[in-house]
Design a binder for this molecule. Structure first.
Ligand code: KIV
Ligand code: ZN
Length: 512
C-alpha cells in the first residue's frame, strides 16, 4: 500500500510573511475555508503571538474549520506556546508548531545563545507544549545549514519529549535537492527514535529549488509531510508551491507512489483567491496555475493536442480546476441567482446585509459590463471586503482627462474618516494624476513600491485588477482594486493600501 503524504499549508503564516501580503481576519477565514475545500491536511493559520489580529484570526479559523488540523506557529518559549494553545482551543484538531534556530550562524548572531542553551530550550518548549495537545511539530530553523551531530542531539531529545513531526527547514533556500534529501535520510538513520516522528520538508525558493528540494526530501529522505503555500507565496522568493508539488506527486505517481488527500479541482480557485486577496499576481507561465499553463500556441502542439490530447498534455486543465471562461450572470440576473452562484463558488457572506451589499455592487458592475464571469464575482466580493474591513478611506467617484500632447488631469472624490474630499491632480499619465490627486488631501507620504495591472478575464471588456504596494515607516502593505476602468481600479487600490497603513496593526515576524 502506498504511504500517505501529509500536505501542510502555510499560506496564512509563512505566505503572509511576504512583504505586503498581510491579511485581515475575514480574508484569512475565506482562504482557510478554501484550503479546507482543497482538503489540505494541516492549515497553519498564523503565529498567535505575532499580534492580537493574528491571534483572533487563528481562533476564528479554529472554530470554523472541521476537516483539517489547525496549527499555530510559536517560538520555543512558554509565552508563545500558551498564546498558540489559547488561540487553538476551539479547534476540532489542533497542532502547535514550535521552532528554534540550530545553525551556528543563527544561534550565535541572532539568538546569542550557546548550542547547549538551544538544546535545553528546544526540549523544554516541546515538553511545555505537550500539556495542550499531543500533536506537536518541531522545526530546527535553518536546519540545512546546521551541524549534523548537533541536529541529531536536538531532534532525538525533542522526539523523546513527544514531538510527533520533525520539520527540516531550509529557511534560506540554501539546499540542493540531492544534498537536502540525503541530510534527512542521514538524520533518520542516525537518530535512534526517528521512527517515532513523521518527517517533514519546509523549503524556501531563493535559488528556485524549493519544489525540487521538497520532492528530494520526500523521495530520498523519506519525508511524509510537505509544507507549502498556494502560488508559492512566502518570504523573499517564496515557499514550495502547493500546486506544483501536489501535481508532481499525482502526475508522477509511478515514481513517487504516495497517496494524497487533496481535491485537485480546487487548486485554481485557491490560486485565484490568494492572488486576489494578497495582490500578488500569478505569472502567466507559472506551472499549473498560470494563465498559459495549458495554452498551446504553436501550430504543431495545437494539432497534436487535437489528435490526441496526451501528445503535449501531461495533466488535464479541468483536473486542477480550470474552467473555460463562462458567462455566469448578466444584467437581468436576480438576487437568488447571484446568491446561488456565490454558494457554488464557496463564498459565504456573514449576513443577508452583506449579500445585499455585494448584490448592489454586482448590479452596478452588470450595468457597465454585459457579461459577468466567476472571476468578476470573486473580485467583487474581495473588493467589498477590502473596503468593509478598513473604512477610513473610501472611493466615491473619479473623472479624468487625457489627450495626446496634454498633461493628464484627474478629479477624485473619496471619503476620509467619514468626510468627503474632492481633489484634483496632474501627472505623467492618468494613474499618476489620480494618485497625486489623492495624495494632495491624504498626505500619507507613503512610498509607492509597486504598481501592477492585470486583466481578470479575457477581452477588452475585462475588469482590470490593480495592486499598489506602499511603504511607510518600515511597514509594507498591498492594496488591491478592481474595476472595468483601470484608473478607477488604481484609485481603489491606492485607497485600499492607505487603509491598511491606517489600520496600524503591528505584527511580529517570528524569524526576526
Ligand atoms: O523557514 C523557516 O525556517 C520557517 C520555520 C518557522 C519553520 O518558516
Ligand atoms: Zn519558512
Amino acid at each position: 500500500m502506498a504511504d500517505k503524504l501529509i500536505i501542510f499549508d502555510t499560506t496564512l503564516r509563512d505566505g503572509e510573511q511576504s512583504p505586503g501580503a498581510s491579511m485581515t481576519k475575514d480574508e484569512k477565514i475565506r482562504i482557510a475555508k478554501q484550503l479546507e475545500r482543497l482538503r489540505v491536511d494541516v492549515i497553519e493559520a498564523g503565529f498567535a503571538a505575532a499580534s492580537p489580529g493574528d491571534f483572533e484570526a487563528i481562533k476564528a479559523i479554529a472554530g470554523i474549520i472541521k476537516d483539517s488540523t489547525v496549527c499555530s506557529l510559536s517560538r520555543a518559549n512558554d509565552r508563545d506556546i500558551s498564546r498558540a494553545a489559547e488561540a487553538l482551543a476551539p479547534a476540532a484538531r489542533k497542532r502547535i508548531h514550535t521552532f528554534i534556530a540550530t545553525s551556528p550562524l543563527h544561534m550565535e548572531k541572532k539568538l546569542r545563545m550557546t548550542p547547549d542553551q538551544v538544546f535545553e530550550q528546544a526540549k523544554l518548549a516541546v515538553r511545555f507544549a505537550r500539556q495542550f495537545t499531543d500533536d506537536i511539530e518541531f522545526s530546527p530553523e535553518d536546519g540545512s545549514r546546521s551541524d549534523m551531530d548537533f541536529l541529531c542531539r536536538v531532534i532525538e531529545a525533542v522526539i523523546n519529549e513527544g514531538a510527533r513531526t520533525i520539520n527540516f527547514a531550509d529557511t534560506v533556500g540554501y539546499g540542493v535537492p540531492e544534498l537536502y534529501g540525503n541530510m534527512i535520510k542521514t538524520l533518520r538513520e542516525r537518530i535512534p527514535n526517528s521512527d517515532k516522528a513523521i518527517w517533514s520538508v519546509h523549503c524556501h525558493n531563493d535559488l528556485g529549488m524549493a519544489v525540487a528540494n521538497s520532492l528530494a526530501g520526500v523521495k530520498i529522505g523519506g519525508a511524509r509531510q510537505v509544507e507549502c503555500t498556494i502560488n508559492g507565496l512566502g518570504e523573499r522568493a517564496g515557499n514550495t508551491a502547493l500546486e506544483e508539488v501536489v501535481m508532481a506527486l499525482k502526475t508522477r505517481k509511478d515514481y513517487f507512489n504516495l497517496e494524497l488527500g487533496i481535491d485537485t479541482t480546487q487548486i485554481v480557485p485557491a490560486s485565484k483567491l490568494v492572488s486576489q486577496v494578497t495582490g500578488f499576481a500569478v505569472q502567466p507561465n507559472k506551472a499549473v496555475v498560470g494563465a498559459n499553463a495549458f495554452a498551446h500556441a504553436s501550430g504543431i502542439h495545437q494539432d497534436g493536442v487535437l489528435k490526441a490530447r496526451d501528445t503535449y498534455e501531461i495533466m488535464r486543465a479541468e483536473d486542477v480546476g480550470w474552467t473555460a471562461n463562462k458567462i455566469v450572470l448578466g444584467k437581468l440576473s436576480g438576487r437568488n441567482a447571484f446568491k446561488q452562484r456565490l454558494e457554488e463558488l464557496g463564498i459565504e457572506l456573514d449576513s443577508e446585509a452583506e449579500v445585499n451589499a455585494a448584490f448592489a455592487r454586482f448590479k452596478e458592475l452588470a450595468d457597465r459590463k454585459s457579461d459577468i464571469f466567476d472571476e468578476d464575482i470573486i473580485a467583487l466580493v474581495s473588493d467589498e471586503q477590502h473596503s468593509h474591513d478598513n473604512e477610513h478611506y473610501r472611493f466615491v467617484s473619479l473623472s479624468q482627462h487625457s489627450e495626446t500632447g496634454e498633461k493628464p488631469r484627474a478629479k477624485v472624490v473619496f471619503s476620509m474618516g467619514g468626510e468627503e474630499m474632492v481633489c484634483d491632480g496632474q501627472g505623467n499619465g492618468p494613474v499618476d494624476a489620480t494618485v497625486n490627486a489623492i495624495e494632495s488631501q491624504a498626505k500619507s507620504g507613503a512610498e509607492l513600491l509597486l504598481f501592477s495591472v492585470n486583466a481578470i478575464t479575457t477581452g477588452t471588456q475585462s475588469q482590470g485588477e490593480v495592486t499598489m504596494r506602499l511603504s511607510k515607516a518600515g511597514r509594507i502593505v498591498n492594496g488591491v482594486g478592481a474595476d472595468p476602468d483601470i484608473v478607477v481600479a488604481s484609485a481603489k487600490a491606492y485607497l485600499s493600501a492607505l487603509n491598511k497603513l491606517h489600520s496600524k496593526s503591528e505584527k511580529l515576524n517570528p524569524q526576526l
